[in-house]
Design a protein around this ligand. Structure first.
Ligand code: ADP
Length: 663
């Protein structure tokens, strides 16, 4: 059966290896996410190091440049001193100017060829001459004929280191003395290195033993992370410029990139987890749903009841197996179909269309009987229950019908009806059997009377033959009596004949009075035998009813017989059976009233059950047949205690106008 609610199978999700690819991808993604900040940190570190190297190089160049400038100024001074020595005050002024231009310059000496101080600016050397190192350097400078530096000296914890520069002077290629300049390395650093560099880096000048001879650390000591060394490359001196950044290694956490990566990774993990949980829950729900669906489908397929769903336009959206079997069509030929349906019987088209219009108008009858035509043309009586089909929001989306094949029920009803009819016939025969002996006895009376009246008449005629004058009145009376008795006998026989004759119910306009008259002879016959007096009270204007006369007669006979039998034990003067009739605007009622033993509650419960009887030779069919017959006419049969003792049985039939409507 096609099922519109069926879920597509997602078996692939249940296979665990299918998860492997996304999981691996996520792991890769996480690895990249974690590697990225590390790489960024590394790059940043490299960048800082490179920057420091470049800056250190630049500082070294600046220092060299400053010293070179000073060397040049000294060379110019030297040339002047060797050529035409300026007067002492001019020399002093010139040296003062040089000191002003370069604060790092602490002392300038002018030595003659023998190393004696000719002039000096700044502090004079101890003893007025050079020390051993000074002489050695001066010697080297003279030999190489170029300016030369000493190793840094004089550095201590409270005094910065100094360095001397020896410049040999020549007059026409003859050594003519030297100029010695002393520089303070600390001041050189302070003056030459720009503040922004000193702020970011701790600078120091180291001698050949790596001992610090001068340092500058405006921004605090260096961290030892980014460091660089660069030799100053001064002839004769091995001074190294060492820089050490105050910045530490880039920290990982405050880094924006790292922060966002971690947040992203956490977010991703969280959403993955949520997604995983959601999917697991969904899968569980789907599994449960699929199980439910399988259960329902099995249930629907095992149902004997046909199911059919239609949308609001009457298009068939779902049919189950039982429905398909009922109409003999496969689901493909039913789904999506709009009226007229292939299973509509041509003769009931108008009825279907009327009902379908009601369905569209939203006023469908919740339950009704109709007939479907199976594909082989066989008519299938069905009972249809309609219920609105609602979606999850409670809005109506169509109609769901359950359809019962009531062929068997109809057959059973028909069989029941036929059996009932047979039972009625046999009950009538039984009743007739019971009364036939009484009939014979009763017929004896009129027959005997007829016989005696005719014998009397014959006697009169015989006497006339022998000459006795005929008395015409006597003869007429005897014959009249004989005719009446013959008629009565005929009536008794006719009514019995009619009653036992099995015939289909034939409705006609029936006067209650004529019904009573029809059975009166038989009732009286029974009544007389039991010494019961029969009283009939009929209002003058009793309307007719539409009924089967024989059936009504049978009902009346049964009720009167029961009444008579109920009075068998009561005192003879109380044995009165009354038949009374009344009419109101809707119905006509006939009551049979006796003064018998009445009906005990336990008897009353089973009164109308077939074969229930309290009598030794009773069949127990009478009341059951009566009720069936009355209900067949759209009426009711009731009983009530008679206030004066005994029982009142009343049957009511709809009046002619009302009766036609009911049928
Ligand atoms: P039957 O007369 O063959 O017993 P009925 O179906 O006619 O079958 O009646 C069933 C029972 O109802 C009777 O056996 C009797 O006990 C009770 N019954 C019927 N009519 C009366 C009545 N008028 N008064 C008292 N009991 C009655």
């Amino acid at each position: 059966m096609k099922n519109p609610f069926k879920l597509p199978r997602r078996a692939h999700l249940s296979r665990p290896w299918r998860w492997l690819v996304p999981v691996l991808l996520v792991l890769l993604f996480l690895a990249v996410l974690l590697w990225l900040p590390w790489q960024a940190r590394q790059m940043e570190s490299n960048e800082r190091q490179e920057q420091l190297i470049a800056d250190t190089l630049w500082v070294e160049q600046t220092l060299r440049f400053e010293l070179a400038r000073s060397e040049e100024a000294l060379a110019t001074l030297g040339a002047d001193l060797v050529g035409t020595p300026p007067p002492p005050d001019v020399l002093r002024a010139r040296l003062a100017q040089m000191f002003k231009n370069g604060h790092e310059l602490r002392r300038v000496l002018w030595l003659d060829a023998n190393g004696r101080v000719l002039a000096h600016h700044g502090a004079e050397p101890a003893g007025g001459s050079l020390d051993a190192i000074g002489r050695e350097t001066d010697e080297m400078a003279r030999l190489t004929r170029t300016g030369r530096y000493t190793e840094p000296y004089g550095a201590s914890s409270h005094a910065p280191g100094l360095v001397d520069y020896y410049l040999p002077l020549y007059r026409e290629a003859t050594y003519a003395g030297s100029i010695v300049a002393t520089y303070s390395l600390k001041i050189l650093l302070d003056e030459t290195v720009p503040w922004w560099f000193a702020q970011d880096n701790a600078l120091s000048l180291l001698d050949r033993n790596d001992a610090i001879v001068a340092s500058r650390a405006d921004g605090g000591p260096g961290r030892g992370v980014y460091t660089h060394r660069r030799a100053l490359d001064l002839p004769g001196a091995s001074i190294v410029l060492a820089t050490d950044s105050v910045k530490g290694a880039p920290r990982l956490l405050p880094n924006l990139l790292v922060g966002s990566v971690i947040v992203l990774a956490l977010g991703l993990l969280l959403s993955l987890l949520t997604l995983w949980r959601h999917i697991s829950r969904r899968l569980a729900a789907e599994g449960a749903l699929r199980q439910q669906m399988a259960f329902r489908t099995a249930m629907e397929n095992s149902l004997m009841t046909g199911l059919r769903a239609r949308d609001l336009e009457g298009r068939v959206t779902y049919v189950n197996k039982a429905f398909c079997q009922m109409v003999g069509l496969p689901p493909e030929e039913l789904l999506g179909k709009k009226p007229p349906m292939p299973y509509w019987a041509p003769e009931a088209m108008a009825e279907y269309e009327e009902r379908f219009a009601a369905v569209l108008a939203g006023t469908a009858t919740p339950q009704f009987e109709t007939v479907f035509q199976r594909s082989d043309g066989v008519r299938v009586p069905v009972l249809v229950f309609e219920a609105p089909l609602r979606d999850s929001r409670g809005e109506q989306t169509g109609w769901m019908s359950s359809i019962l094949d009531i062929t068997d029920r109809k057959k059973a009803e028909e069989l029941n009806r036929q059996q009932q009819e047979k039972l009625e016939a046999s009950a009538r025969l039984a009743t007739m059997g019971e009364i036939s002996s009484m009939l014979a006895h009763e017929l004896n009376q009129p027959l005997a009377a007829i016989s005696s009246y005719t014998a009397g008449a014959l006697n009169v005629l015989e006497r006339a033959d022998s000459g006795v004058p005929v008395e015409p009145n006597l003869l007429r009376r005897a014959l009249e009596q004989a005719r009446q008795q013959a008629q009565r006998a005929g009536q008794i026989i006719k009514s019995v004949h009619e009653f036992v004759k099995k015939s289909e119910p034939q409705r006609e306009q029936v006067e209650i009075k004529s019904v009573i008259d029809g059975v009166r002879a038989l009732v009286e016959l029974q009544a007389r035998k039991s010494y019961v007096a029969l009283q009939v009270h009929l209002p003058p204007q009793l309307p007719p009813v539409l009924a089967d006369r024989l059936m009504l007669e049978q009902v009346l006979l049964n009720l009167t017989r029961n009444g008579i039998e109920a009075m068998a034990e009561v005192a003879p003067e109380r044995r009165i059976l009354r038949i009374a009739a009344a009419a109101d605007p809707s119905q006509v009622s006939v009551s049979v009233i006796d003064h018998g033993h009445g009906i005990a509650p336990d008897v009353a419960e089973r009164l109308f059950s077939p074969f229930f009887s309290t009598k030794a030779e009773g069949m127990g069919m009478g009341l059951s047949i009566c009720r069936t017959a009355i209900e067949f006419h759209g009426g009711t049969l009731t009983h009530a205690p008679n206030p004066g003792g005994g029982t009142v049985f009343t049957f009511s039939l709809p009046r002619q106008g009302a009766s036609a409507e009911l049928q």
